[in-house]
Design a protein around this ligand. Sequence first.
Ligand SMILES: *[C@@H]1O[C@H](CO)[C@@H](O)[C@H](O)[C@H]1NC(C)=O
Ligand SMILES: *[C@@H]1O[C@H](CO)[C@@H](O)[C@H](O)[C@H]1NC(C)=O
Ligand SMILES: *[C@@H]1O[C@H](CO)[C@@H](O)[C@H](O)[C@H]1NC(C)=O
Ligand SMILES: *[C@@H]1O[C@H](CO)[C@@H](O)[C@H](O)[C@H]1NC(C)=O
Ligand SMILES: *[C@@H]1O[C@H](CO)[C@@H](O)[C@H](O)[C@H]1NC(C)=O
Ligand SMILES: *[C@@H]1O[C@H](CO)[C@@H](O)[C@H](O)[C@H]1NC(C)=O
Length: 479
Amino acid sequence: METHLFFAFLCAWICLSVPLESCIAADSIRIDQSISDGETLVSSGQSFELGFFSPGSSKNRYLGLWYKNTPQTVVWVANRNNPITDLYGVLTIFKNGAFVLLNQTKSVIWSLNLSKVPENPVAQLLETGNLVLRDSSNESSESYIWQSFDDPSDTMLPGMKVGWNLKTGLQQKLTSWRSADDPSLGDFSYRIDINVLPYMVLGVGSSKKVRSGPWNGLEFNGIQVLDNLVYKAVYVYNNDEVYTLYESINNKIISRLTLNHSGFLQRLVSKKGGSEWDEIYTIPSELCQNYGHCGANGICKIGKAQICECLPGFTPNSHEEWDMFNTSSGCTRRRPLDCQIEEGFVKVTGVKLPDLIDFHVIMDVSLRECKVSCLNNCSCTAYSYLKAYAYSNPNGNGGCLMWSGDLIDIRELTSEKHPEDIYIRMHTSELGLNTNQKKKLVIILVISTFSGILTLGLAVWFLFRKKRTMGTGMHTYPP
Ligand SMILES: *[C@@H]1O[C@H](CO)[C@@H](O)[C@H](O)[C@H]1NC(C)=O
Ligand SMILES: *[C@@H]1O[C@H](CO)[C@@H](O)[C@H](O)[C@H]1NC(C)=O
Ligand SMILES: *[C@@H]1O[C@H](CO)[C@@H](O)[C@H](O)[C@H]1NC(C)=O
Ligand SMILES: *[C@@H]1O[C@H](CO)[C@@H](O)[C@H](O)[C@H]1NC(C)=O
Ligand SMILES: *[C@@H]1O[C@H](CO)[C@@H](O)[C@H](O)[C@H]1NC(C)=O
Ligand SMILES: *[C@@H]1O[C@H](CO)[C@@H](O)[C@H](O)[C@H]1NC(C)=O
């Protein structure tokens, strides 16, 4: 204790006796060095600061990391679920390399579970807002033994991943605070889930609040891409990892993505060196983003007065509820499937695909094989063909997604990129339109076998009439 006091006193004395600019706080600690409550580490470019804080009206102390210019904006917390109740917390590195947070009675409040211990460890707060533990002899990012970027709190900073390391099983996800006064793990999370294919989820408890479509071979289906001059989003899926991150593309503007404690994902920007944050978007911000808003077998179409419709061939389970804009009961088939060979599909284009609940995938097939596979399986209610997988496949074959049962959380995509098409299985009678057209053709053929030349004229007349009504502009011909 005395040594700490002496050290603090010495620091203060040095600081007061030299010009202010040269009194720059350190950005790292080594073996036997420590930070006590009241002291901080500051990153080399003065962007981030690490120290102890009390959130909101709480008196508890937490070790956290914040923007130096906006100290109330905490971006990472070490001891989220285990507060220190007095002002005697200490962060230190022991001789054996352990990086620990202790309370007054030297109990470990927070520590790292390290697979290997560095010989000469240093904990450094980087200018990116990443707190890293590494060996002092090696600054390369591959040699980090631990980094706070791998253990996110509620905020995503540029360069930080949300996803999975598929080799080690390490998951990086955002978890909201419980309240403004309590940074312990809240109910909301922003993460990547994998059910054969990966997709992005904003979840509440074990339920989904907002969901992207599945990885389509290149990117996540249905993700809103906001073109802008501040940051660029990156999506990666390979054998080693699946993640999203964003990169800053304007060094005068900083941005962050925060999952706030009411469960909204907020994209905020600020002038570098400024102290005000502006929200540029928030998720969810429209009804169609809410998971399953139109119920089972519904499709959400933003911009329509009634944003929910039933998929083709389906009708509301309860017209009364739908008329009152309560669409949660969803839709049911007008004619149940009976698994006849004449059954076919209606194509719905430009959508976010339904949730991957009761489904299976066959990779490396053609579109035709995909359709036949679905048709041959009586429980298959819809399929989608992921062409992007074909680009990297020497056969030019893609991925075939097949659903059984209800189709949940489909939406029509307008401004979002990466739309996909879905083919919905229909009872023969629901394919009526096509059957009628076939009948018409048959009639023409029958007439023509009966009365040659006259019929040819009739057929020509019929064709031109048809073209005219289709709006191809052949006005000069008589009806
Ligand atoms: C330090 O933490 C331990 C374990 O959580 C606890 O039992 C002890 O009371 C704490 N000491 C102080 C001074 O808060
Ligand atoms: C530390 O890591 C090991 C191996 O990765 C694991 O078995 C153990 O449960 C972890 N301990 C804690 C306290 O997380
Ligand atoms: C730093 O560590 C990385 C990964 O462990 C290694 O590839 C590299 O050679 C090391 N560099 C030095 C200077 O030791
Ligand atoms: C969370 O974000 C939403 C959307 O911007 C906002 O309306 C709400 O007030 C925020 N909640 C908190 C606690 O900041
Ligand atoms: C909507 O309908 C469901 C039943 O399908 C019902 O449980 C729910 O309370 C209704 N919601 C509202 C807001 O009326
Ligand atoms: C038919 O679909 C079901 C449900 O998706 C699946 O479990 C089953 O394996 C499929 N059968 C065949 C022969 O593909």
